[in-house]
Design a protein around this ligand. Structure first.
Ligand code: ADP
Ligand code: MG
Length: 334
């Protein structure tokens, strides 16, 4: 607790200003230090903007490693840009801190900037205040006008795809809650998925002109896919077993060893949340193009269902039999 030795502006200068990098990013005309940042998207580009807030105790545990928290705070925002097919330009950081804790700030900024630099996304401004730990990031990206991926473009007959892995973040949360135990190796993997999600930024951009609709999976596959169905005015059949195969810790046999039953597994994969993968749709005629986009972006994708004209979501097993099990999405106020 070093408030007397370092004030708000000293803190910003030391941990967030990075004058050596200022405005080296194409698309950022002016970064941290003035009353506004100035962004300059290239001609013909639209600005893509999204905010996500992380509140201690609700979105992260107070014990989380600050570097991992810095990573995650930006990752969940980059995931929104990915879902729109936008290329990251910059971000703002609004931070409420209970006290100036320098080791915490050093770790947080290290994790934050490691991911920012990996995506060429510059911190261009923000706000810093004393208060209960709360992190709000707004990201700015650019996308060629008219090509952003939206939730509203899914059509009957389209395939439903998911990127990467599903369910592991929720499995790790259940371990932290004491409701589950895992072998050490599986827990390390699941915990990394929970604390350091991988925003699928390259895949999102590669899917422009190919995917008919996209969303990022933050509140659980079923809930977020539901947003595509509602916005597109369609229904779907979802293959629960295809989605369940995307649980990363199951790839090494941990699930087969009987750690949790098939219903639990389906529930983690379909309504676990905190995955930060992309769920997207594309016409069946675009399967090869989707697979190429996945290869180019070095991101695995899997086909997990089909869009239909009939409204509603039908969850079936691998044999096409409807499941009685219910799958909800996460809602902070439900
Ligand atoms: P103002 O009073 O004009 O809102 P501030 O005094 O809050 O400006 O901030 C001074 C400068 O530092 C601004 O350029 C602002 O964008 C930047 N800034 C403040 N907090 C942060 C932060 N957490 N990360 C990055 N930049 C920040
Ligand atoms: Mg301010």
């Amino acid at each position: 607790m070093l408030w007397p030795l370092m004030n708000e502006f000293g803190l910003i200068d030391k941990y967030f200003a990075r004058p050596e990098r200022r405005s080296r990013t194409a698309g950022v005309a002016l970064g941290v230090g003035d009353d506004c940042a100035l962004l300059a998207p290239a001609p013909g580009m639209q600005l893509a903007v999204s905010s996500d807030m992380l509140v201690e105790g609700r979105h992260f545990l107070s014990t989380v490693d600050p570097a991992r928290l810095g990573h995650k705070a930006l990752a969940v925002n980059l995931s929104d840009l990915a879902a729109c097919g936008a290329k990251p330009l910059g971000f703002t950081l609004a931070l409420a801190l209970p006290a100036i804790d320098e080791p915490w700030l050093a770790g947080f900024s290290r994790g934050l900037f490691a991911l920012a630099d990996a995506h060429g996304c510059e911190l261009v401004g923000g706000d810093t205040t004393r208060g209960p730990l709360n992190i709000c990031i707004t990201v700015f990206g650019e996308v060629p006008a008219g090509t952003a991926l939206l939730r509203s473009g899914a059509r009957a007959g389209d395939d439903i795809w998911a990127s990467g892995t599903l369910g592991d973040a929720r499995i790790a949360l259940e371990v932290f809650r004491g409701a589950l135990t895992l072998p050490a190796e599986a827990f390390t993997l699941a915990r990394a998925r929970m604390e350091q999600p991988t925003p699928r930024v390259a895949l999102g951009q590669a899917l422009r002109g190919i995917a008919s609709a996209a969303v990022d999976v933050s509140d659980g596959l079923v809930g977020d896919l539901g947003h595509i169905l509602a916005a597109s005015g369609v229904g779907a059949t979802l293959d629960a077993d295809a989605a369940t195969q995307l649980i990363a810790i199951c790839a090494d046999g941990a699930c087969a060893a009987g750690l949790f039953d098939v219903e639990a597994r389906r529930s983690f994969a379909l309504s676990g949340g905190d995955d930060y993968e992309l769920a997207f749709t594309a016409p069946a005629s675009a399967r090869v193009a989707v697979e190429q986009a996945a290869r180019h972006s070095v991101t695995p994708v899997a086909r997990i269902g089909r869009i239909e004209a009939e409204p509603g979501l039908r969850v079936v097993d691998a044999g096409g039999e409807p499941l009685a099990q219910r799958f909800g999405g996460f809602d902070h106020f439900a």
